[in-house]
Design a protein. Sequence first.
Length: 181
Amino acid sequence: MDIGSSIRAIRKRKQITIAQICEETGLSQGFLSQVETNKTSPSIATLESIAKALKVPLAYLLLQKDDRMKIVRKDARLQTTSGPGRLKVEHLSRTDKVKMVIVEMPPGASTGNEPHAHEGEEVHVVLKGRIYAEQGEDAAEFAEGDSFSWNACIPHLVRNIGDEVAVLLISTFAETAADYQ
């Protein structure tokens, strides 16, 4: 773990000196310097006092870099196409367990010719247009602002039944990234 670098980065961003941290925590400057350069590993109690002095949650100091906030700027989003309708898919974010996309469906386009299934759970929000969705024996029509969710292991299909491009915000939760379709 690279806790020391995190402590140093937070301290510098907040313009706090090592002396100020030491005054508040009772730690020596030499010890804190060794912590920041990862030459020594502090106890949880020591980390807790450092976190308090930095005004950050202790858990934040323990996060791996991969577990911290990920930013995807609008102009840097991955864009792909999906299915026989060549649906435009804009990837907003993706973690090991959750992915979120915006899907544009031309009039008449669908997620496939037949219902399909995969692992995970999905939540859909209709941002624009009219959508028909079916899962197993359930089916419904949705308009702008409506939402629906389901367990994706049951075969499902989504189709644009409107005269304009439909836009959906879809969030998928799966146990692992390998479960995504």
